[in-house]
Design a protein around this ligand. Structure first.
Ligand code: CAA
Length: 240
């Protein structure tokens, strides 16, 4: 029977590639987005993947959105917490608002996404939770005190969920992408981006599909004994 998958931030960037990879693997996929109606409509038109709009930073919106997805598509077996934002600034210039926005989306957003789905996974004795963290959660990054804190926190969530879910047939794993050719990375000033590429032994940015293939494997029934792990996909830029 086809599995049902939810991908937050699933209509653009790495999330769009993940949604498509899961669909290609035979899943029924729901992709969420926060604001860009036009991009979401285009994504649905091109891929046939249904999109839902809510703010992952709100627990009420997430719970209501998830209830709607489950009503329309059935119980969610696979959840990919991918939605993420940056508000980069050197620490001495970082505002409390820049801190809070990133915490709300990248860290609390993972809680808000997984928590409403978790009881059903426990009851059905199956679940795949995959959180998209980042190389910068592993190593820290200049101008990303907020982002690095959330992405490191995401790894703590996964390691704890793995222990709680293991006996209920639920796995929780993280993928830490390095620098991938998405709008987020293209927003970094060109000179800085070129310097970053110079630090990647592979000599290039990664492709969203290279991350999506890691997620598709973790989402599959074959990955059941991989639990609490982190896959680093960064072109050898950083080893844990
Ligand atoms: N390491 C060391 N120094 C750095 C640096 C770095 N990575 N990046 C910038 N600097 C230095 C600059 O050279 C400059 O130094 P000087 O003052 O001596 O010239 C200083 O820091 C910049 O100071 P400014 O006051 O001019 O900084 P700003 O307020 O204009 O902010 C910035 C600029 C936001 C830091 C910008 O440089 C930037 O966006 N940097 C990239 C940060 C980054 O890598 N973000 C990752 C985004 S992609 C992502 O997050 C996805 C993922 O998971 C991998």
């Amino acid at each position: 029977m086809a599995r049902t998958a939810l991908v937050t931030g699933g209509s653009r960037g790495i999330g769009a590639a993940i949604s498509q990879a899961l669909k290609a693997q035979g899943c029924n996929v729901a992709a969420t987005y926060a604001g860009n109606d036009e991009a979401a409509a285009k994504f649905t038109e091109e891929t046939g993947i249904k999109t839902y709009k809510w703010n992952v930073g709100s627990y009420e919106d997430s719970a209501a959105g998830i209830a709607k997805v489950e009503e329309e598509m059935g119980p969610i077996d696979i959840v990919v917490a991918n939605a993420g934002i940056t508000r980069d600034a050197p620490f001495h210039k970082m505002t409390p608002q820049q801190w809070q926005e990133v915490i709300d989306t990248n860290l609390t957003g993972v809680f808000n996404t997984v928590h409403p789905i978790w009881p059903g996974m426990r009851e059905r004795k199956f679940g795949r939770v995959i959180v998209i963290s980042s190389i910068n959660g592993q190593k820290g990054q200049f101008a990303q005190v907020n982002y690095a804190a959330t992405k490191a926190g995401d790894l703590g969530i996964v390691k704890s969920l793995a222990q709680e879910g293991a006996r209920a047939g639920i796995t929780a794993n993280a993928v830490c992408p390095g620098y991938i050719a998405t709008e987020m990375v293209m927003a970094v000033p060109e000179k800085v981006r070129e310097a970053i590429i110079g630090q990647i032994p592979a000599g290039r940015l990664g492709e969203p599909e290279e991350i999506a293939r890691c997620v598709a494997f973790l989402a599959s029934d074959d990955s059941g004994f991989i639990n609490g792990s982190t896959i680093s996909a960064n072109g050898a830029q950083f080893f844990v």
